[in-house]
Design a protein around this ligand. Structure first.
Ligand SMILES: Cc1cc2nc3c(=O)[nH]c(=O)nc-3n(C[C@H](O)[C@H](O)[C@H](O)COP(=O)(O)OP(=O)(O)OC[C@H]3O[C@@H](n4cnc5c(N)ncnc54)[C@H](O)[C@@H]3O)c2cc1C
Length: 239
């Protein structure tokens, strides 16, 4: 199996190898292969943009696909959940897994129904999760989750106590076998007969933006937003 480069992100190495070698079968984008990307740097950047992924696995012979939050640190993709969760327990056993992430950037509106599409960046990664053991390593992963939701938040909130840590499974999967697929740009019918049609065509960007914070009903009066939240709503946009 050919793997993504294992060292720190090295764009030149990955691109060179990609040009030299056909990507392995399981991760080779076949439909619109020009949209396929295999550089670690690109894959990591897409993983860092999105908040939610879908993890697929087989449980007692049946396919399952479950949405989860995740975080990436270095070459590892982390997920976490309750020790009681069927998903966490199955993945902790090392069941083969497939993890998919999508960021939708625009609707692509063509003159014909056929050419309608979307601009997006997506990643599909294959592998097996392993339990993250040891409180220190688990705290690093939990900090990554918290800071992925809201950068800087970990330093502002109460840390997990022993009971909470015990109730939580943290799993990591190395991002070694993964592809990205990326679509950008206008619809594909500008240079066809359909361009003569009196139908608006183009891209409708999708803006990922946060709204106004809604205080928890039990929030103590006068509690400050905190630096991380204040910073995020000032900047508004998701990363
Ligand atoms: C945006 C988002 C983020 C999440 N983040 C996490 C996370 O980080 N960690 C975590 O443990 N869980 C997370 N969840 C919840 C997660 O999707 C599962 O519900 C949970 O992990 C329990 O998994 P399970 O296999 O034990 O579910 P079970 O309750 O055993 O699943 C049984 C059946 O319930 C249904 N089901 C389960 N979950 C869902 C769902 N989300 N939507 C619709 N039907 C469902 C399915 O039919 C499934 O086959 C998240 C959910 C969402 C939508």
């Amino acid at each position: 199996m050919v793997r993504l480069s294992s060292g720190p992100s090295s764009r030149a190495d990955d691109v060179t190898r990609t040009l030299r070698k056909r990507p392995p079968d399981r991760i080779r984008v076949r439909r619109n292969p020009k949209k396929g990307r295999y550089e670690r740097e690109r894959i990591e950047a897409i993983l860092d943009r999105s908040l939610v992924g879908h993890v697929a696995f087989v449980d007692r012979g049946e396919p399952v696909c479950i949405p989860v939050l995740y975080a990436r640190t270095g070459r590892d993709l982390y997920i976490h959940g309750s020790r009681a969760s069927r998903t966490m327990r199955a993945l902790a056993r090392g069941e083969p897994a497939c993890f998919a992430v999508t960021v939708l950037d625009a609707l692509v509106l063509a003159r014909s129904a056929f050419e309608h599409s979307a601009n997006y960046e997506s990643v599909v990664a294959f592998g097996r999760f392993r339990p993250v053991d040891g409180d220190d390593a688990r705290l690093v992963a939990l900090a990554a989750f918290t800071n992925k939701l809201l950068p800087g938040r970990w330093d502002e909130v109460r840390r997990p106590n022993a009971k909470e840590l015990k109730a939580t499974i943290v799993l990591a999967m190395p991002i070694d076998e993964a592809s990205a697929k990326v679509r950008t740009g206008p619809p594909d019918d500008d240079n066809t007969d359909d361009a003569e049609l009196d139908v608006w065509a183009g891209e409708l960007p999708i803006v990922h933006e946060f709204g106004t914070p809604i205080p928890s009903p039990g929030l103590r009066a006068g509690t400050h937003l905190g630096n991380s939240l204040a910073r995020l709503i000032r900047d508004r946009q998701l990363p």
